[in-house]
Design a binder for this molecule. Structure first.
Ligand code: NAP
Ligand code: 8YV
Length: 327
């Protein structure tokens, strides 16, 4: 018997990308989650839901409320909001959107690095405020990319794309992961603090979650030192923001460029007030091109799971479930 996948109930949870919504509505029986959340759905509807396209927290309570759930397709490569271990324990597949955004996010990381080091947003503000005419040239920047030694914290898909760009700019590159990456020539540091001490430019692109919570802390900023530049394009939860604000205020490090924050969209007033912090509103992947590719991958995962029993991009925690479902 072949299943007509347009009859399968798929939940749209969170502020999904419009292309996810359009495709899910066209290809499945879409159920939109209103402001009342899962509690507002009647029992029969909850019990019918077999898939979920999410951009929201998926915890044990969410999973337990949907007894026939088979797959959670999460928008974004980082899936720290999804309890993937719990899903695995319930035989529920979890997918994310890797690769399709790596080059875009790496571009943003490089833009953020250059803006931080060369103060380009502040130089543009100087021009727009009429100060070029009134006061003369923008002051020479104390920092330069010339001669910088970069350390990448999280040399994965995006980290590697950043490393290639840094090489092209003439920076030396080293990295820290829990394990060295095979076939990569960059110097490996087994310890984050050791790497921070060996470089002057620390670029973090590590996932969020318990293992990395506030892992970039006062000790790391001390090690990075007074000419240190810190860039975070990974997750805000990985940084002790209070320690970062102190390090930027008292000259422990020179400057920081941040695309991600601990409690988005709230950015601490103390960070906003710092002239040596270059701040972006989590725009790493945010082009129409890349967000559409991410949206397609969310729905392709659902379609592939329900038509062929195999997800396209399962997360490691649930990879063993792939192909185990009868189509
Ligand atoms: P990835 O390929 O899985 O790379 C993650 C890297 O981090 C791996 O090399 C991993 O190596 C390392 N790592 C993980 N946990 C670690 C730990 N506890 N200590 C040390 N190293 C650790 O992921 P990706 O596709 O490059 O994406 C990385 C992250 O970027 C995402 O999870 C997301 O949070 C963030 N992101 C942000 C934006 C944005 O808009 N700003 C956009 C996309 C992604 P080991 O496993 O060997 O440790
Ligand atoms: C997205 C991201 O901005 O993929 C990720 O992990 O952080 C970004 O690409 C986010 O997932 C959704 O807004």
């Amino acid at each position: 018997m072949t299943t007509d996948i347009t009859e399968i109930a798929v939940l749209l949870a969170g502020k999904s990308h419009p292309h996810v919504n359009e495709r899910v509505k066209r290809e499945f029986r879409a159920i939109e989650l209103g402001e009342g959340g899962l509690a507002a759905l009647d029992e029969a509807t909850r019990r019918s839901i077999r898939g979920a396209a999410v951009m929201t927290k998926v915890d044990a309570a969410f999973v337990d409320a949907l007894p026939t759930l088979e797959i959670v397709a999460s928008f974004g490569v980082g899936y720290d909001l999804v309890d993937a271990k719990y899903c695995a324990s319930r035989n529920i597949m979890v997918t994310n959107t890797p690769d399709v955004l790596s080059e875009e996010v790496a571009d943003t990381a490089l833009g953020l690095l250059i803006n931080t080091v060369r103060e380009l947003p502040k130089a543009e503000a100087w021009l727009r405020a009429g100060r070029w005419k009134a006061d003369g040239a923008y002051p020479l920047t104390p920092a330069t990319l010339r001669g910088r030694r970069a350390g990448i914290f999280g040399l994965g898909r995006i980290g590697l794309a950043i490393a290639r760009r840094l090489e092209a700019l003439g920076l030396t590159v080293s990295y820290h992961n829990r394990r060295p990456v095979e076939g990569v020539g960059y110097e490996y540091h087994a310890c984050l603090k050791e790497m921070a001490a060996a470089v002057d430019t620390l670029i973090s692109v590590v996932p969020g979650g318990a293992a990395t919570e506030k892992i970039v802390n006062a000790e790391i900023f001390e090690a990075l030192g007074p000419d240190g530049i810190f860039i975070n394009i990974g997750r805000g939860s990985t940084v002790d923001e209070t320690a970062l604000i102190a390090a930027l205020s008292n000259g422990t490090i020179r400057a920081a460029g941040l695309d991600v924050f601990a409690n988005e969209p709230n950015v601490p007033e103390a960070l906003l007030a710092l002239p040596n912090a270059c701040l972006l509103p989590h725009v790493g992947s945010s082009t129409r091109h890349t967000r559409t590719a991410m949206a397609d991958l969310v729905v392709d995962n659902l379609a592939s799971w329900f038509s062929g029993g195999k997800a396209v991009t399962p997360v490691p925690e649930t990879a063993a479930l792939n192909g185990e479902k009868a189509p």
